[in-house]
Write a protein that binds this ligand. Structure first.
Ligand code: Q9C
Ligand code: ZN
Length: 358
C-alpha cells in the first residue's frame, strides 16, 4: 500500500491549546505523524511516497481567496502589530448573534490582524505559527498527490485489478474535516478531503466521503451541503465538539437534500454497536449511491482511551472497521484526521489499513 507522506507536515507545532478551561500542550502534535509513520514502516507492506506540488488551484476550488491569503500572510502581520511570537490566537470572534438585539448592521472594516484572527477562526485550537502555512499547504499537497495516484491507477487498470487494489493512504497533518471554505477550527485549516473530492469531481466522478473520525466533520458537511455529489456520511460521538452540528436532521438542502447523513453515537458505543451502525449505512446508503471513489476521513480518536474522544473502540475493532470498509468495494483513499492517544495511534491506524487489506 502506498503511503503519501512529507516531513514538511511536521513543522506546524503550536505550543498550547485550551480544553475545558485548561491550558495544555497542543494535542495535534507532529509526534502523532511520526509514530504512525514508524509503526507502518515496521510492518513492511507500506511504501512511502513524497508528494508533488500541484499549486494553489485545487485548494482554491474549496477555499476563498481571501481566506487562503490570510493563512499565507497572517503570522507576519500579527507579529508586525505586536502579537505574540508563538502564534495567533483570537481574542474576539465574529459571532452570529453579535447584533441580534438591535438593528445595527456591521460596518466596521476588518483590517487589523487581531480582528482577522477571529474572523477566520472559530475556536482556540487553531493557533497559526510561523510554520503553519507551510504545513497546511503540504498537507493538502500530500492528499492531492495521493488522489492523483489513485485516479491514475483506476484509469489504467482493469476492473479485476481495481477489485484487489490495496487503497492509498494520505498520512498528513494538520487534519481538515472541521475547516470550511472560510474558517479554521478543531486543529484544521484546509479541508483536505474536500480538496481531494473536487479533484475527482473535475472528471465527473461520483464520490462518497465516509468520516469515521470521533468528531462530526462540520467543515466537510458545510462545504457540500447543497450538493448531491459527494455523499457525505459521518459517524461521530455526540454530544461533543464541535457542539453545534452533527444532528441527524441535517440532511443537506436543495439538490443536496438526502446526501448528507449524520449518525450521532452515544459516548458508550462499543465495537459491536459501532460496526452495526456502519454496516447499516453502508448497505442502505453508501452502496446504493453507486459512487466511483471512496474517501475515508480516518480518525482514531474513537479509541476507548483517547484523551478527547469518548467512544469505546478497541485496537481489534479497527481491524473489523477496515474489513467493513473494504466491503464497500470502491477505489479508496484514506486521509488522516484525528487521534490523540500516542501509545496506540500507530497500531490503530495500521489495523484499519490491514483490515482493509485482508
Ligand atoms: N473538550 C480533530 O479530531 N477541542 N479535531 C476539543 C474538547 C478541539 C478535534 C475540546 C478538538 C478538535 C481533527
Ligand atoms: Zn476528531
Amino acid at each position: 500500500m502506498k503511503v503519501f507522506y512529507s516531513e514538511v507536515c511536521l513543522k506546524h507545532a503550536p505550543k498550547h491549546e485550551i480544553i475545558s478551561g485548561n491550558l495544555i500542550d497542543y494535542l495535534e502534535s507532529p509526534s502523532r505523524l511520526i509514530i504512525i509513520k514508524e509503526y507502518l514502516n515496521s510492518l513492511s507492506n507500506f511504501d512511502f511516497v513524497s508528494p508533488n506540488d500541484y499549486g494553489l488551484d485545487p485548494i482554491l476550488s474549496v477555499h476563498s481567496k481571501d481566506y487562503v491569503e490570510y493563512l499565507q500572510t497572517a503570522y507576519e502581520e500579527w507579529l508586525k502589530n505586536g502579537g505574540n511570537k508563538n502564534g495567533i490566537l483570537p481574542e474576539a470572534f465574529l459571532h452570529h448573534n453579535i447584533s441580534s438585539s438591535s438593528s445595527i448592521k456591521r460596518k466596521v472594516k476588518v483590517t487589523s490582524p487581531f480582528a482577522k484572527a477571529g474572523l477566520y477562526c472559530s475556536d482556540l485550537s487553531c493557533c497559526i505559527t510561523k510554520d503553519t502555512w507551510e504545513s497546511v499547504y503540504e498537507s493538502a499537497q500530500v492528499v492531492i498527490s495521493a488522489t492523483m495516484e489513485l485516479k491514475r491507477f483506476v484509469e489504467e487498470s482493469s476492473s479485476e485489478e481495481i477489485n484487489h487494489f490495496p487503497g492509498i493512504f494520505a498520512l498528513c497533518r494538520p487534519p481538515g474535516h472541521h475547516a470550511n471554505s472560510i474558517l479554521s477550527s478543531g486543529y484544521c485549516f484546509l479541508n483536505n478531503v474536500a480538496i481531494s473530492t473536487n479533484v475527482l469531481k473535475k472528471d465527473n466522478n461520483k464520490v462518497v466521503i465516509l468520516d469515521i473520525d470521533y468528531h462530526h466533520g462540520n467543515g466537510t458537511q458545510e462545504i457540500f451541503y447543497l450538493n448531491s455529489n459527494p455523499l457525505y456520511v459521518s459517524l461521530h460521538g455526540s454530544p461533543d465538539y464541535p457542539w453545534f452540528t452533527g444532528d441527524e436532521s441535517e440532511r443537506g438542502e436543495g439538490e443536496g437534500e438526502g446526501f448528507n447523513i449524520n449518525i450521532p453515537l452515544s459516548r458508550d458505543t462499543d465495537d459491536d454497536e459501532y460496526l452495526k451502525a456502519l454496516k447499516k449505512v453502508i448497505n442502505e446508503n453508501i452502496i446504493p449511491y453507486n459512487a466511483d471513489y471512496l474517501i475515508v476521513s480516518l480518525g482514531v480518536d474513537t479509541y476507548k482511551e483517547d484523551i478527547i474522544g469518548a467512544l469505546q473502540i478497541t485496537t481489534e475493532g479497527y481491524k473489523r472497521i477496515g474489513e467493513m470498509i473494504k466491503s464497500i468495494n470502491l477505489p479508496t483513499l484514506f486521509v488522516m484526521e484525528g487521534g490523540y492517544h500516542l501509545e496506540t495511534i500507530g497500531i490503530n491506524v495500521g489495523n484499519v489499513l490491514l483490515g482493509f487489506n485482508t
